[in-house]
Design a protein around this ligand. Structure first.
Ligand code: UDP
Length: 398
């Protein structure tokens, strides 16, 4: 570590700023999923002494650059290992990772800490740690379960985390518990929720009428869904629920098939046609103006059918002051106090979701009061400054 400030007195303990720890962040994705957007906020805090090394090029690099965060893309070759990959596919993938490993080892020598933000990053980071002896931190953004990972991949993550990391930052209690249940070392785990800058999500109300007009929903009740299009994110559940709602209830789907789920995208379009919902559904694709769009919704629906590790969109809806209904599984139950800061429905149950939409339609004052309570609570619980302090503290600890 490089001391940058002189101590003000012999008895003063060093503050976070006094040790300018240089951090090499590793992330496998060129596209901005939730794990990447969380990393973006953390890396902003360290932008003068970090590098984000990506294993793929894409719009995430552009977002990092737009925020003046140093970034380097380590390969342009696609690495074909998925969360569900078996042992053989894993070995083939390791071969494809070889150039990335070589570059990471070279880079790691100039940094104090290696910070792996995704699963492949953990594999590469573990090897770089083994060679360079730089401490390795793993930020776990996943629930280790059969819903999301093959058993080979679960075992690999746990083995690498237990043997090579100094610290595992879990993004929720649910993620931490799944790691420990899969054999992960509980002593290494710190639970730190994602952090957000509340001001980015507030004060967009003046833009709402124009946006709703542009999207043809000036007079309708808009239910927004903000997520990449993927079967387990459950966009089809909201479509099913729409059938049981009055005709003035419409849905905006914000997000795209980021990780190759184009068949699901087509399936959703077919479902819209089959259910005759063409004039009540809009697919808006991937958008950078999520706060403005959320502010323009009457309700945000989260419909994941498998346990969500955290669910950034839930906190974002709260910060925007828009009522939120979410699937009660995984980290989501840590974010919402039902009836106080939002609503929870059983995953996959379209009828229950439709019931909540009906309630919000029937009693908008109550929905508004719940959304306001959620906004106040989320601005405190998930404030980026506090989260960055927590991360600073645990990194100092290693
Ligand atoms: N998001 C976005 N544009 C879109 C759709 C989603 O920027 O068109 C963002 C969204 O605001 C959230 C993130 O993508 O910050 C998704 O994170 P979440 O934890 O909800 O899901 P994940 O992608 O991690 O499964």
């Amino acid at each position: 570590m490089l001391p940058v400030k002189k101590s003000r007195g012999a008895c003063n303990l060093p503050t976070a700023d006094q040790f300018a720890m240089k951090i090499l962040f590793l992330d496998q994705s060129g596209k901005p999923g939730g794990a990447e957007l969380c990393l973006l906020d953390i890396a902003k805090h360290y932008r003068d002494r970090c590098l984000v090394a990506l294993f793929a090029d894409g719009t995430f690099r552009e977002q990092l650059e737009a925020n003046q965060i140093p970034v380097q893309v380590l390969t342009t070759q696609a690495i074909n290992v998925r969360k569900g990959s078996n042992m053989l596919q894993g070995f083939i993938g390791l071969g494809q990772l070889a150039p990335v490993i070589v570059k990471t080892v070279q880079l790691a020598r100039s940094f104090d800490v290696i910070y792996a933000n995704t699963q492949k990053a953990l594999v590469v980071g573990a090897i770089a740690h083994f060679v360079t002896h730089r401490p390795l931190v793993y930020h776990l953004h996943d629930i280790l379960s059969a819903d999301h990972f093959s058993s080979t991949n679960q075992r690999l993550i746990v083995y690498l985390a237990n043997h090579f990391t100094k610290l595992v930052i879990a993004n929720s209690k649910a993620s931490a518990e799944s790691f420990i249940q899969a054999g992960g070392d509980p002593k290494k785990v710190e639970i730190i929720y994602n952090g957000f800058s509340p001001e980015l999500y507030q004060n967009h109300l003046s833009e709402v009428p124009k946006l709703r007009q542009e999207l043809g929903s000036a007079q309708q009740f808009v239910v927004g869904h903000f997520s990449r299009l993927s079967p387990w994110k459950g966009q089809h559940i909201l479509l099913e629920a729409l059938q049981h709602c009055p005709a003035n209830v419409v849905a905006w789907f914000v997000g795209d098939a980021l990780f190759g789920e184009t068949a699901y995208k087509q399936q959703l379009q077919q479902q819209v046609e089959d259910l005759g919902l063409g004039d009540r559904v809009r697919f808006l694709g991937f958008r950078l103006d999520v706060p403005q769009l959320m502010a323009a919704c009457d309700l945000v629906a989260h419909t994941s059918t498998a346990p969500e590790p955290f669910g950034r969109v839930i906190v974002e809806a709260m910060l925007c002051g828009t009522p939120i209904v979410a699937s009660a599984a995984g980290g989501v139950t840590e974010l919402i106090e039902p009836g106080q800061t939002g609503w929870l429905t059983p995953p996959g149950e379209a009828h229950k979701l439709a019931e909540i939409i009906h309630q919000c339609l029937a009693d908008p004052d109550r929905a508004r009061a719940i959304a306001q309570a959620a906004q106040t609570s989320a601005s405190q619980r998930f404030h980026l400054d506090a989260v960055n302090q927590q991360i600073d503290r645990v990194l100092q600890g290693i």
